[in-house]
Design a protein around this ligand. Structure first.
Ligand code: PLP
Length: 356
């Protein structure tokens, strides 16, 4: 490991840590954050860990106007043996660079970012909650900071990592959600930014989410932006269908976000000899399977929830109930396997966990 040139300024006013059952998601932040600057002609420089604090930016900073930003989401866990670990964090920084390339943001050094994150998590180690299901959510992000209203890639950036202790996603057990196929709005189009983790994708998805909320559904099922026919994602998760014993997830096509949980699920399924296919799947095929009685399970995957089983799917005027509105066997197995690896109850034969 190379020596990191990271200045560390520890807080003189450590905050009180919230009670485990009050955590929720994204409300509380740890004592420190990591900051790295980019200046054209110099590159990335001045990596530092400093007390968590507000940013000071010029109102003309490009991030406020043209949305040039990328982010990541990952977690640190403490295992049953009280060891702190990160889950596939190397993949997050790799994906951050893919997003950077799409948004014309300069590449970061992935190894450096990972080591910086390890230092930050070590400093705020006490902030990783240990109650079952809890974790430390980590949000790395990059913003364009050049003060300039001209439309061009920014000349300056900040790469920042903040961390937030988060509560158990399933406090009252895993409850399947009701989702609704969005027919008017789309999340992403081929050639657009759907494959990049960038704030604009979330801004454009709010409308569909609002419509779903109004109708009593918790997530939007997004179809492709061209034919409005092929399934892409659910809310901000990847989606899987189990039809007649085979697990199917839409193939990455340029407008789908390549989830790390998605990739992990595919690998676990393969390791258990459960047939899994990455291919195009139309909403008509899903509805047809439901009519035939072969639609066995539907679930979303993402870092926050790991798995979110779908109990009801609404398309046009039809409401489809999946597996009696209960979590399916394969969904449960995948959830148990991934969370077991994350909390150290199951041996990590995949090499996914990274110790601090
Ligand atoms: C982050 C994200 C996911 C899930 O990715 P994970 O790496 O599994 O957390 C899926 N879809 C969208 C749109 C996302 O932004």
């Amino acid at each position: 490991m190379t020596m990191l040139d990271i200045k560390i300024e520890l807080t003189t006013k450590p905050k009180e840590k919230p009670a485990p059952d009050e955590l929720g998601f994204g409300h509380y932040f740890t004592d420190h954050m990591f900051v790295l600057d980019y200046t054209e002609g110099i590159g990335w420089h001045d990596g530092r860990i400093v007390p968590y604090q507000p940013l000071s930016l010029d109102p003309s900073a490009m991030i406020f106007h043209y949305g040039q930003s990328v982010f990541e989401g990952l977690k640190a866990y403490v295992t049953v043996n009280n060891e702190a670990l990160l889950f596939r964090a190397d993949r997050n920084f790799k994906r951050l660079n893919n997003s950077n390339a799409r948004l014309c943001i300069p590449e970061i050094d992935e190894q450096y970012a990972l080591e910086a994150l390890k230092q930050l998590v070590s400093i705020d180690r006490e902030w990783i909650p240990s109650a079952p299901g809890t974790s430390l959510y980590i949000r790395p992000f990059i913003i364009a900071t050049e003060p300039n209203l001209g439309v061009h890639p920014s000349k300056n950036y900040q790469f920042i990592i903040i961390m937030s202790p988060s509560g158990s996603y399933y406090k009252e057990g895993i409850n399947p959600v009701k989702i609704m196929v969005e027919e008017q709005f789309v999340r992403a189009v081929k050639g657009g930014t759907g494959e990049a983790k960038t704030g604009g994708n979330y801004a454009s998805a709010l409308k569909g989410q609002q419509i779903a909320d109004k109708e009593g559904y918790s997530q939007t099922l997004w179809l492709d932006g061209k034919e409005n026919k092929y399934v892409e994602e659910v809310g901000s998760m990847n989606i899987f269908f189990k039809i007649n014993g085979t697990v199917i997830t839409p193939a990455l096509n340029g407008s789908i976000l390549p989830g790390i949980t998605r990739d992990s699920m595919i690998q676990v399924l393969k390791s258990k000899q459960i047939p899994v296919e990455e291919r195009r799947i139309s909403i008509d095929e899903v509805v047809e399977a439901a009519h035939q009685g072969t639609l066995e399970e539907v679930f979303g995957t993402g870092t926050a929830a790991v798995i979110s089983p779908v109990g009801e799917l609404k398309y046009l005027d039809e409401k489809i109930i999946i597996n009696n509105g209960e979590i399916g066997e394969v969904s449960q197995m995948l959830y148990d396997t991934l969370t077991g690896i994350q909390n150290g109850k199951i041996e990590d034969t995949f090499g996914w966990t990274i110790r601090l």
